[in-house]
Design a protein around this ligand. Structure first.
Ligand code: C2E
Ligand code: MG
Ligand code: MG
Length: 442
């Protein structure tokens, strides 16, 4: 009887251990799971509290593609292979885990970070798949743990944040956490939380930046959004909200409102000195994904009974690269309906001369990178001069953006007959100030 009871207890303990094992290990990769990782890291830090350390999170860019292209079985096999590669770092004392799907974490001492380059491990993982249609690519966030009190969750969150946040520059595969990132995330969250009310309360307003010909005559305006954030008293520029709204698929709601305000303004000016003034509005590439832009603009001029020639539509090259056919249809349909089409930021990114070949827009807006490069640089001047000549030969108008000095204006004037938009002439202005300043010039 006694014996039976003992073996029963023994079994229980066995089962319990097995249960514990499963609780701290990830069955697919054989690495620790989330709980196992936190327990082990905690112990490691308690054992050597004076060690400087590094927390890393990584995932596979677009892991869905692997499952789509090669099947879920192959996806699982790759996750297992990643586990095997990470296990090789056990001998350095590193702790590795798979939290879920393709999300992995590694904790290591600063010494191990310096002695055993993570780049080698990343390259070995990336070499697991390298076919003509898919190359495995890791996104790695790194938090160099600072002295002081931390929770392990917090360290891991910081590495994860660094992994997730889009870097503004550089293309290194390692993204290092900085306190600035936390501010950025907080700001993003605020924008998202406040957006609906801000839109409802008309906190998004138009600033107008005038455009001029070479003799300084005023020829048109561009509408640039500003957020008049009532509860903080700040006026935020687009760099503080446009990208966030694009990434979270909200930009079309702002743009529709801005286009509406612009149309209303054109209508308001109808029997005034400003009756011939055009307003250019910006269209985000994301707008094409979310709304029927053609229908919206046609309806807009119908509702306000305004001349479409006064509403200029600015597109960026990114829109063309997203979907060339959609873009071409948009341009053709809108020109047919009487709108003036402009290509914004030409030269800032992916510009290729082929874009110009297939393009049927009225105006090209040369990005300010051209003007920035001009100062005493003859080659830059030759390039800009030739671009202007070529665009003119193709029968399109040109607006040069970002002219800030008399010297720049004089240099560009020699290159051809173009229009200008830049701080040298005027910064973007609230509508009332714009009317005050330019009413007499019309
Ligand atoms: P953009 O359409 O290329 O507009 C020109 C930007 O250059 C404006 O910045 C303008 O203030 C700035 N700028 C003009 N002249 C000069 C100059 O001489 N020097 C310098 N340093 N800057 C100059 P802003 O108003 O901050 O707008 C930035 C960008 O945000 C715009 O670039 C446009 O892409 C986007 N944006 C603005 N309003 C809207 C909007 O209503 N909808 C969408 N989707 N995007 C918008
Ligand atoms: Mg623009
Ligand atoms: Mg521009």
């Amino acid at each position: 009887m006694k014996e039976n009871k003992e073996s029963f207890e023994l079994e229980l303990i066995d089962a319990d251990e097995d249960f514990n094992e499963r609780r701290i290990y990830d069955s697919l990769s054989g690495l620790f799971n989330r709980d196992g990782f936190f327990q082990t890291v905690r112990k490691k830090i308690q054992d050597t509290p004076k060690q400087e350390c590094v927390m890393i999170c990584f995932n596979v860019r677009n892991f869905k593609m692997i499952n789509n292209l090669f099947g879920i079985k192959k996806g699982d096999e790759i996750l297992k292979n990643i586990g095997d590669i990470l296990k090789k770092r056990d001998k350095f004392g590193d702790v590795s885990a798979r939290f879920h799907s393709d999300n992995f974490s590694i904790f290591m001492t600063k010494q191990s970070w310096l002695d055993n380059p993570l780049e080698d491990t990343v390259t070995e993982i990336e070499n697991l798949v390298n076919t003509s249609n898919y190359h495995l690519d890791l996104v790695v966030g790194v938090y160099m743990v600072k002295r002081g009190n931390h929770s392990i969750f917090d360290m891991n969150d910081k590495a994860r944040l660094a992994m997730k946040i889009k870097r503004s520059s550089g293309n290194s595969q390692f993204h290092f956490y900085s306190d600035n990132m936390m501010n950025k995330v907080r700001h993003q969250e605020e924008v998202i939380a406040e957006f609906d009310d801000a839109l409802k309360n008309d906190e998004f307003i138009l600033f107008l930046q005038p455009q001029f010909d070479g003799d300084g005559n005023f020829v048109g305006t561009e509408a640039l959004a500003r957020w008049d954030r009532k509860h903080t008293g700040e006026i935020l520029p687009p760099s503080r909200f446009i990208e966030i709204l694009e990434e979270t698929k909200r930009i079309h709601r702002l743009d529709q409102q801005i286009w509406e305000i612009a149309a209303k303004q054109i209508k308001k000016w109808e029997n005034t000195k400003f009756k011939d003034v055009s307003i250019s509005v910006n269209i985000s590439p994301e707008d094409f994904e979310c709304i029927n832009t053609q229908a919206f603009f046609k309806d807009l001029i119908e509702r306000y009974q305004i001349d479409p020639k006064k509403l200029h539509l600015e597109l960026t090259e990114t829109a063309i690269i997203y979907s060339p056919v959609k873009f071409e249809n948009f341009v053709n349909e809108m020109r047919e309906a009487g709108f003036i089409l402009e290509l914004d930021d030409f030269g800032s990114g992916y510009s290729s001369l082929n874009v110009l070949k297939n393009l049927n827009v009225d105006t090209i807006k040369l990005d300010m990178v051209f003007v920035r490069g001009l100062n005493n640089d003859e080659r830059a001047q030759v390039i800009m001069g030739s671009v202007i000549e070529m665009i003119k030969k193709l029968g399109m108008d040109i607006i040069v953006e970002g002219v800030e000095t008399r010297g720049q204006l004089d240099t560009i004037k020699k290159m051809g007959d173009v229009h200008y938009q830049g701080y040298y002439f005027s910064k973007p202005l609230p509508v009332s100030l714009f009317e005050e300043k330019y009413g007499d010039k019309l």
